[in-house]
Design a protein around this ligand. Structure first.
Ligand SMILES: CC(C)(COP(=O)(O)OP(=O)(O)OC[C@H]1O[C@@H](n2cnc3c(N)ncnc32)[C@H](O)[C@@H]1OP(=O)(O)O)[C@@H](O)C(=O)NCCC(=O)NCCS
Length: 191
């Protein structure tokens, strides 16, 4: 499955040292998106502390960048013992870039990363009225079970293979090349 990204947008993993960009993106979310991303009201302090853990072991964040600014993110977190094969994913896209296929690309990349890390069960917590997230998960055949007003989507990424690892490595290489070209074209843009 491959959805086109909005013009000029690239998706790549966040590098160590980009937690500040992640924090700023999460803080820029409008009230409703912040609420749906964190399944409830959260303060700026909680977001700041959360973003600081993006560089922790077992966390992979894919970012959607436009003009060098992080506008969307897909976060994958392993939880429980390493061998439990369980992970959690969450997505955030700033309002002007919602419904443009960004979530689809971020979920696709997140699923590939989960698969390559031996995560067999990926939970996605979202509010029961979050139709868009549910539609998005359904595109990837995620089974959804309802529980006390929140939806826990469980996807079952297939086992990793040499090909799936190669696909992630190629996407990473593509992301680095894209970031370099993007930085260069912004340097050449008239001020
Ligand atoms: C939920 C979210 C991640 C979805 O990402 P997105 O980029 O907006 O979604 P996409 O454009 O990839 O669309 C995915 C699917 O959702 C559905 N969809 C898109 N826009 C929609 C809308 N306005 N209303 C209802 N469904 C919609 C479609 O089925 C679409 O697939 P299709 O275009 O192939 O038909 C994003 O909107 C977001 O960050 N929302 C705020 C935070 C949040 O809710 N996070 C999820 C909880 S972890």
């Amino acid at each position: 499955m491959r959805a086109p990204l909005p013009d000029g947008g690239i998706v790549r993993k966040l590098w160590i040292g980009e937690t500040a960009a992640y924090r700023d993106h999460l803080l820029r979310l409008d009230h409703e998106s912040r609420h749906t991303r964190f399944s409830g009201a959260v303060s700026d302090d909680v977001i700041i502390r959360h973003a600081a853990t993006a560089a922790d072991f077992g966390v992979v964040v894919h970012g959607f960048f436009i003009d060098g600014i992080l506008r969307g993110a897909g976060e994958l977190r392993r939880f429980g013992p390493v061998l439990s094969g369980e992970g959690e994913a969450a997505f955030s896209i700033e309002k002007p870039w919602q419904s443009h296929g960004v979530g689809t690309v971020l979920l696709e990349r997140t699923l590939l990363s989960a698969r390559n890390r031996g995560i067999r069960s990926l939970h996605m917590h979202c509010l029961a009225d979050n139709r868009r997230m549910q539609q998005l998960a359904r595109k990837f055949d995620a089974g959804l079970s309802f529980d006390f007003g929140s939806v826990v989507g469980e996807v079952d990424p297939p086992r990793y293979t040499p090909l799936s690892i190669l696909r992630e490595a190629l996407a990473d290489g593509h992301g680095i090349a894209g970031a370099m070209l993007d930085a260069q074209s912004r340097l050449l843009k008239p001020a």
